[in-house]
Design a binder for this molecule. Structure first.
Ligand SMILES: [Fe+2]
Length: 251
């Protein structure tokens, strides 16, 4: 089975469409949360996600937008975008986002893997460094954990002695590219497919990943998208300017 892994789309329709156009064939989609928040197309993106089907876990922005958590932990820009999103969402999309399940999610047909937004121990926790990843990896039954939330594409691999942190090494800054990571038997992994709609690893391109469950190869992908259009929509919506400018820097 080929699984398309999406995370942190953040209402960026241009980035989502670019990923769907760039991805090789897949059998199902798993979405690691933050469908909305920051970007200017929450309804269009939510509807596209609903069409795609598959499995989801909720993200902290999905929760905040739907009133399942308060905005206390959000910076002022994120809070403003969450309130704007809440106002513009249709009732149907709001109800759908509100019903997204809390991770970790395990699926009968994908044994040995779990899917979370932040960490398997806490859906809102940021796993940024190898040190952050050790406890969640050691305390999880499944050997493979897919997560999002940090908007940083990459992997942590743990054997009996050490943990290795890796970011895919791309060759260009503006083209569609892939980097394969063959998963080694016996290792434990935490893998972040990166953020579709608001990357923060210094690469402006939309990020996603594919897992081939037969060959056990994970493929990290980056693809350019219509950045200007996504930025213009944010500005036209009256959302904070920083949400548009940061997309160009991928930070
Ligand atoms: Fe996010």
């Amino acid at each position: 089975m080929h699984i398309l892994l999406l995370s942190d789309i953040h209402a960026n329709l241009e980035a989502l469409e670019a990923c769907l156009a760039a991805t090789p064939a897949y059998d199902r989609v798993i979405n690691l949360g933050d469908v909305v928040g920051y970007g200017a197309n929450p309804n269009e993106v939510t509807e596209r996600c609903r069409q795609l089907g598959g499995s989801w876990v909720r993200g902290n922005h999905d929760k905040a937008v739907c009133g399942l958590s308060d905005l206390e932990d959000f910076n002022p820009i994120a809070a403003e975008a969450a309130l704007w999103t809440r106002q513009v969402l249709t009732q149907e999309n709001f109800a759908w986002l509100r019903s997204l399940p809390q991770g970790p999610l395990q699926l009968d047909d994908i044994p040995g893997a779990q899917f979370v937004h932040g960490s398997p121990l806490d859906e809102d926790e940021y796993v940024i460094t190898a040190r952050d990843a050790v406890e969640p990896m050691l305390s999880s039954q499944p050997a493979l954990t897919f997560f999002g939330h940090t908007h940083l594409q990459g992997s942590f691999a743990l054997d009996s002695e050490q943990i290795e942190s890796r970011r895919p090494a791309y060759q260009t800054i503006g083209q569609s590219e892939t980097v394969a990571l063959p998963l080694q038997p016996g290792l434990r992994y935490m893998i972040n497919p990166g953020s579709v709609g608001q990357p923060r690893d210094g690469d402006w391109r939309a990020a996603f990943a594919l897992l081939d469950t037969e060959t056990q190869v994970l493929t990290f992908c980056r693809t350019p998208y219509d950045l200007k259009s996504a930025q213009d929509r944010i500005l036209d919506a009256g959302l904070p300017k920083r949400l548009a400018t940061r997309l160009a820097a991928g930070k």
